[in-house]
Ligand binder design. Structure first.
Ligand code: ADE
Length: 319
């Protein structure tokens, strides 16, 4: 076990622009956890210059994380220092000194896009829900005092597709390849504002536009482009493939992709031309965009700038 208090590495300088005093941070409940990292809700006093507490999210390692995990979190922190876009999660500060590494980011009150999509489904096709469906076809439904189910409109779903394309266009212009774009890694802030998050695997590809992953990782296979699966090649074009899978997740309100297909069979299926079917409530227009993102030759896929234009057009038509 690695001790909880990580020693400060000699070569690490304290970045006074971002360093936040630990004493001003009150950690609260867990917002989620992965294999080595976790995200905790917290209140930070004075983090935005005002003399008050602000709710924030703090990303940190678990007690038994390996040194390379700390390095990954550190590189995520350093990437976040340079990004500034409404559809990308914003860094508020960090605690790198005299204690565990904390990366403090803006809090997104509606959690992950995946859970947001899933909770927007009507619970059961029961009589209750039928009656409800006719009486309140849009807006917010109060189920009981605790749960708040947001019913999403087609315009919301199109806006999600547009917002993610905008955030990804920005990242690709910054020469950043995300490598783990999926609905679970997009957060929902108030006003249905989406923020691309989870930069743990993001790499700067300024040099070659391609990132070659050297060791076996833990990336979920069903979001990966064939070239990433086969040759561990990650580019903005492979992010576009993943974006196509996110569109599928949006259209199905958060269904797991390739239902019933074992991940080890996926590569051969994709090479042979197999693609997911059009989801039941997805328009031909939307499905055509997914199919463009899933072109085998990565150069045939649209750019994020083109995807933004496509959804600009569709939104203008529909709204
Ligand atoms: N879960 C993971 N990161 C989060 C954040 N920034 N806000 C809310 N929930 C989260």
């Amino acid at each position: 076990r690695v001790p909880k208090r990580q020693p400060l590495l000699e070569q690490e300088e304290i970045d006074t622009k971002w360093e936040f005093a630990r004493d001003n941070l009150v950690l609260e409940g867990s917002l989620g956890e992965g294999e080595f990292g976790q995200v905790v809700q917290a209140r930070a006093f004075g983090i935005d210059g005002r003399q008050e507490y602000k709710t924030v999210a703090v990303k940190m390692l678990k007690n038994y994380a390996a040194p390379c995990e700390r390095q990954d979190l550190m590189s995520e922190l350093n990437l976040l220092k340079d990004v500034n876009h409404p559809n990308v999660i914003r860094l508020l500060g960090c605690c790198t000194f005299a204690g565990p590494l904390y990366v403090i980011v803006e809090y997104c009150e509606d959690g992950s896009l995946l859970s947001f999509l899933r909770q927007s489904r009507l619970q059961e096709p029961s009589f209750e829900n039928h009656r409800f469906r006719h009486r309140h076809h849009a807006g917010v439904r109060l189920l009981d005092s605790k749960s708040k189910i947001q019913i999403l409109t087609i315009a919301d779903l199109l806006s999600f597709a547009w917002q993610i394309a905008r955030g990804m266009q920005y990242l690709s212009e910054m020469k950043l390849v995300h490598r783990d774009l999926a609905a679970r890694n997009v957060l929902v802030a108030s006003g249905k504002l989406l923020k691309i998050s989870d930069f743990g695997l993001t790499r700067d590809v300024y040099e070659a536009d391609t990132y070659l992953k050297k060791s076996k990782g833990r990336i979920p296979v069903k979001w990966l482009a064939p070239e990433s699966l086969f040759a561990r090649v990650y580019t903005t074009h492979s992010d576009v493939w993943s974006y196509g899978v996110v569109l599928w997740e949006i259209c199905t309100l958060g269904a797991p992709p390739y239902p019933g297909i074992p991940p080890e069979r996926l590569y051969n299926l994709l090479i042979g031309g197999y693609r997911m079917d059009r989801p039941e409530f997805c328009t031909d227009e939307m499905y055509a965009v997914m199919q463009k993102c899933w072109k085998l030759d990565s150069n045939d896929r649209p750019s994020f700038a083109e995807l933004v234009d496509i959804f600009d057009g569709i939104l203008e038509e529909k709204t």
